[in-house]
Design a protein around this ligand. Structure first.
Ligand SMILES: *Cc1c(COP(=O)(O)O)cnc(C)c1O
Length: 350
């Protein structure tokens, strides 16, 4: 076998959901965000595991993802669409029982005209300036919207991964000002917001990255294991170079393993010269640049030649890989390539 093996632990995802659920009061419902194909891990498998753990509301980015998720989950769980009701979405929203989060007066008008009796939610912008109605827009249509009984009102925090950032409290105050006194369930917190504490929890929380083992949920169980087969091993002598651009030079006799994965598999090229792979707990540095399909690794210090090297797992969580690539765990997860052999562990009975 010459492609990497990506193992996704569905029991760990369920355990992370339960752990995040325990961080809020029993009266607070914990939903689950499975956009971008479940952060790259397979929205259908992930959502079914979470539904078995008790999740009843799921969020995705766009209606097409919602349609695919409905096929995987069947009728029952609620599926919310962050991008709202866009032109062309009406049939999917109606036929597959999706709930659009309406982001503007335009979307509100479209929804009320096309599907007057169909459920919807409202997304408010409290300071991120990305999606949702701002105060003036909301004030103009709030009464009309509330008369039609939205399922949910949400807003999103821009800086929740930084508990000390002043914008968290500002957005919290804005959300209160825009929604206090309204008897519709409210949701403000994603993973970072859950960790900010109870005043951010409202009625429903909506974690994403924490379910998948990513920061800022530092207590998360690891979910992803990625192991890459070694295709070839060679010895190089002092002064020889390895890889494109000849950027890495042996400072003595060195043993180099070439593994079968590269930037086309989401192992971002920027980690060349910084990244590490692991064999039985021992770190081995990348030697030179990451190629499209291959990575070269200095295995001189290993006692035995490895058959494979691990790049994500217990030894090295996604956020450590992300640091080496100067990005965030979210991008590592959602970049994981299509060539890997994917295995799911846990999630018994699926
Ligand atoms: C992606 C997203 C979430 C989940 O965020 P995490 O940081 O992954 O927990 C929640 N709400 C909205 C609006 C989002 O876009």
């Amino acid at each position: 076998m010459s492609t990497g093996t990506l193992t996704i632990d569905l029991d760990a995802i369920a355990a992370n959901w339960r752990a995040l659920d325990r961080l809020s009061a029993d009266t607070v419902e914990t939903a689950a965000v499975v956009k971008a194909d479940g952060y790259g891990l397979g929205a259908g498998r992930v959502a079914r595991a979470l539904a078995r753990a008790g999740a009843r509301r799921f969020f995705v980015a766009v209606a097409e993802e919602g349609a695919a998720l409905r096929e995987a989950l069947g009728r029952g769980p609620e599926i919310y669409i962050f991008s709202g009701h866009m032109p062309g979405d009406t049939d999917m929203i109606n036929d597959l029982d999706l709930v659009p989060m309406l982001n503007s007066v335009d979307q509100l008008t479209r929804h009320f005209e096309a599907l007057p009796d169909h459920p919807f939610g409202i997304q408010l912008d409290t300071g991120m300036n990305r999606l949702g109605m701002e105060l003036a827009e909301w004030s103009a249509v709030a009464q009309i919207a509330l008369n039609a009984k939205p399922r949910l009102i949400i807003s999103h925090l821009a800086c929740a991964d930084d508990p000390d950032h002043a914008q968290n409290a500002e957005q919290l105050a804005n959300f209160h000002a825009m929604t206090d006194g309204i008897s519709v369930p409210r949701s403000l917190a994603a993973t970072g917001g859950i960790l900010l504490g109870p005043e951010y929890h409202f009625d429903i929380t909506r974690p994403g990255v924490g379910l998948y083992g990513g920061l800022p949920f530092s207590d998360a169980q690891p979910v992803v294991h990625l192991s890459l087969p070694v295709i070839q091993i060679r010895d190089v002598v002092d002064g020889e170079t390895v890889g494109y651009g000849a950027t890495w030079t042996a400072d003595g006799p060195r043993r180099i393993a070439t593994v079968a994965a590269g930037y086309a598999d989401g192992l971002i090229r920027a980690m060349g010269g910084h990244g590490q792979l692991y064999h039985e707990g021992m770190a081995c540095a990348m030697a030179g640049r990451v190629s499209m399909d291959l990575i070269t690794v200095d295995i001189t210090d290993l006692k035995n030649d490895p058959k494979e090297l691990d790049i994500i797992g217990i030894d090295q969580p996604i956020d450590t890989v992300a640091d080496a690539a100067q990005t965030i765990g979210y991008e590592i997860l959602t970049s994981l390539g299509a060539r890997y052999k994917r295995r799911y562990s846990g999630g018994a009975g699926q």
